[in-house]
Write a protein that binds this ligand. Structure first.
Ligand code: ZN
Length: 115
């Protein structure tokens, strides 16, 4: 007598095959993305070495530029960290949800605030 009369075994096997193929495909994509992140990290490090060699810019300047790029560009998928807030008049970094710039007193428009 069948112990599992309501289980459609061929359909279940097909589901398992489909899920395994999907998992294999995801693993391949993750591997490609990891390679890409490594390549981009190395490219950034190489560019920074060139910039340091040929300019007076410092690590502080680099960090400020990175902070500004993160604050002003499109959302990074999956990134839940709050965006730094910058004054639209003097470009100083400000505490989150500031309504006035601590440095120059300019009003901070509401759209600059982190949701
Ligand atoms: Zn300001």
């Amino acid at each position: 007598m069948d112990m599992w009369p309501i289980v459609d075994l061929p359909s279940l096997a097909s589901d398992v095959k489909r899920l395994q193929a999907s998992a294999d495909s995801d693993a391949g994509r993750i591997h490609q993305l990891e390679r890409r992140v490594t390549q981009l990290t190395l490219a950034c490090a190489a560019l920074w070495q060139l910039v340091k060699k040929t300019s007076d810019l410092s690590e502080v300047d680099l960090q400020a530029a990175i902070d500004h790029a993160l604050a002003t560009n499109a959302n990074i998928p999956g990134d839940m960290s709050p965006r730094p807030l910058f004054c639209p008049a003097c470009d100083h970094k400000l505490p989150p949800n500031s309504t006035r710039c601590l440095y120059c007193g300019a009003a901070i428009p509401q759209q600059n605030h982190v949701a």
